[in-house]
Ligand binder design. Structure first.
Ligand SMILES: Cc1cc2nc3c(=O)[nH]c(=O)nc-3n(C[C@H](O)[C@H](O)[C@H](O)COP(=O)(O)OP(=O)(O)OC[C@H]3O[C@@H](n4cnc5c(N)ncnc54)[C@H](O)[C@@H]3O)c2cc1C
Length: 544
């Protein structure tokens, strides 16, 4: 039988990536007692620590850029669907967050004393700051972890998997969670709660995600009464590694190579092809991600793919010196994998990488549920139908800081806090269950295959309806098979919880994709090519 524990805080932050850590720091700076909970290790789970290269920001110290230029590019990339207020917040406050991180010692790369900026696709000028080759996300996470260590007002609780939010009289009063190492059921009462749980790309078979990016925050917030927005827009990263086998390296590691060296993207016949789809490539890296994804998938579908079903990416025209100057020690790691870029092209193909949609929040990061806030990837709307590269970390830091500020203010004005009885229905639900023969891990694999095949970068009415049927079947099969809490490190229960969340969220992505009968940004309908401005120049909002 599951043990139980109760915790209490002014502000509960769920998720300790860049957004959650920044939110916790900001709330503590404003005097709140904070619990920062994560289903993984604090500051080491999720996407932030995996992010490799760049952070987009309109720094204006040298007169070369301004947040308004960044804002214009963000709106353009969003294909008319960005929430202008959120996009403005991201761009306008980006410089302050980047400077604050600088003061905290993140170590942005510099040239002649100035923060260095690189070009990235979709930006009208060099705008992307970075730390070092493949090291930006780890440096951001480490800097925030160091600040957390120096902030005793923040209680950090790792291995705490939040399974539901508690709502009383229309107000979010905390959460219920599974303590993974003990199997205990934990209730947490808080005056304000921030969902900073990251994205959903683990829903897909080919993804750049870590295990804890299953869309938890969307399911938690929706069940608590919040709205979701833009859920149909899943961004596929066009040049995820496909072949040959690559061990111990990130599947999206080719992006920095392309920023620095261009690289030639070729079809199976070794011909350049991006221009056929309206892009410009020719060894430069300027075409936006949605268009490159489209071009690769179309070439493969036309029988012009590389042997494993993607495209060739070739740096064979680059000298070893140029490669080493651009990639440094990464060249040795590639050599250990038997890859010599001067002699061979590698194969790449689109992988699910980012989700533009999420919890609907205003510029205070407040949802429509009193006391419930969101931050980072968990928030939808700022990036519209397509995200500019580098915008996601900026979004995490800016929205995190804003959510922390708003939650601290809210908690200051709230006197009462819920007692443990407010959580009894949810704690009982988590504790109870009946083991049976159902295998939730196999269920997750089935869901991921369905999402990849039928709700991937290219969708049709038939594929989306097929996906919805399969997801409904999976939910039916899984429903009676929930294992009870109470066992330490119960992977069957964790898989069941993930499958439950992933099928809920997958169903929403498929349903909103089916409704949007046009092609826009990251949402491409084969049966409805092109924009339908008259009917679809609008966001879809999902209500509970
Ligand atoms: C491989 C990779 C490379 C990337 N490169 C870049 C880049 O160069 N530039 C850029 O701008 N963006 C990049 N991104 C995107 C960017 O990293 C993310 O969008 C951003 O870091 C998200 O921050 P976050 O704090 O919102 O979420 P995350 O960093 O994902 O953190 C979410 C946290 O929530 C926790 N969590 C989830 N569910 C629960 C739950 N139920 N209970 C408790 N805790 C929970 C997770 O364990 C995790 O620690 C990259 C992403 C990936 C995957």
């Amino acid at each position: 039988m599951a043990g139980s524990q109760h915790l209490s805080a002014d502000v509960l932050v769920v998720g300790a990536g860049g957004a959650g850590m920044y939110a916790a720091l900001e709330a503590a700076r404003r005097g709140a007692a904070v619990i920062l909970a994560d289903r993984s290790l604090i500051g080491r789970g999720g996407a932030t620590v995996m992010a490799q290269m760049t952070v987009a920001v309109g720094l204006d110290d040298d007169g070369l850029d301004h947040w308004e230029h960044h804002y214009a590019d963000t709106l353009k990339a969003g294909r008319g669907l960005c929430d202008p207020a959120l996009a403005q917040l991201l761009c306008e406050e980006g410089p302050a967050r980047i400077r604050e991180m600088d003061a905290w010692g993140v170590g942005w790369a510099r040239e002649n004393g100035k923060v260095k900026r690189a070009f990235a696709p979709g930006h009208d000028r060099a705008r992307c700051v970075y730390v070092d080759f493949l090291n930006t996300g780890p440096a951001v996470s480490k800097t925030l972890r160091a600040r957390l260590n120096a902030t005793p007002e923040i209680r950090r609780v790792g291995d705490l998997h939040v399974t539901s939010l508690a709502v009383q009289h229309g107000q979010c009063v905390g959460a219920v969670a599974l303590h993974v190492p003990t199997g205990d059921v934990v209730s947490i009462s808080s005056r304000a709660t921030i969902v900073a749980t990251g994205g959903l790309t683990r829903l897909y078979q080919r993804n750049s995600a870590s295990l804890n990016m299953a869309g938890d925050g969307y399911a938690l917030a929706l069940a608590a009464g919040a709205e979701l927005v833009d859920m149909e827009f899943v961004q596929f990263f066009p040049i995820g590694h496909l072949a040959p086998r690559l061990i111990g390296m990130d599947p999206i590691m080719w992006d920095p190579f392309r920023y620095k060296l261009g690289g030639r993207l070729l079809n199976g016949a070794r011909e350049e092809f991006i221009h056929k789809y309206g892009g410009v490539d020719e060894g430069r890296y300027v075409t936006t991600r949605d268009l490159v994804t489209y071009a690769i998938v179309k070439e493969v579908a036309a029988g012009r793919g590389s042997p494993h079903g993607g495209a060739w990416l070739s740096f064979e025209h680059c000298s070893e010196e140029a490669l080493r100057a651009a990639a440094g020690p990464v060249i040795d790691r590639l050599a250990a994998n038997g890859i010599d870029l001067t002699r061979q092209a590698i194969e790449v193909a689109p992988i699910a990488h980012y989700h533009m949609g999420g919890v609907k929040a205003d510029v205070r990061m407040a949802t429509r549920v009193s006391g419930l806030f969101a931050a980072g990837d968990a928030v939808g709307g700022a990036n519209g139908a397509n995200r500019l590269s580098g915008n996601a970390i900026t979004e995490a830091l800016v929205f995190g800081a804003r959510a922390g500020e708003s939650a601290a203010r809210f908690s200051n004005n709230e006197k009462a806090k819920a007692d443990p009885s407010a959580f009894s229905v949810q704690t009982r639900a988590l504790a109870s269950g009946a083991p049976c023969g159902f295998n939730p891990a196999a269920g997750i694999e089935a869901l991921q295959a369905t999402m990849q095949l039928d709700v991937g970068p290219f969708r049709t009415e038939a594929s989306l309806k097929r996906a919805l049927e399969r997801i409904a079947d999976l939910r039916r099969e899984a429903a009676p098979a929930k294992p009870p809490a109470g066992r330490p490190f119960d992977t069957a229960l964790l898989d069941w919880l993930d499958l439950d969340t992933m099928t809920r969220v997958g169903e929403i992505v498929a349903r909103t994709a089916l409704a949007r009968t046009e092609s826009r940004g990251a949402h491409q309908r084969e049966d409805f090519p092109g924009l339908d401005e008259e009917r679809w120049h609008r966001n879809q909002v999902v209500t509970p």
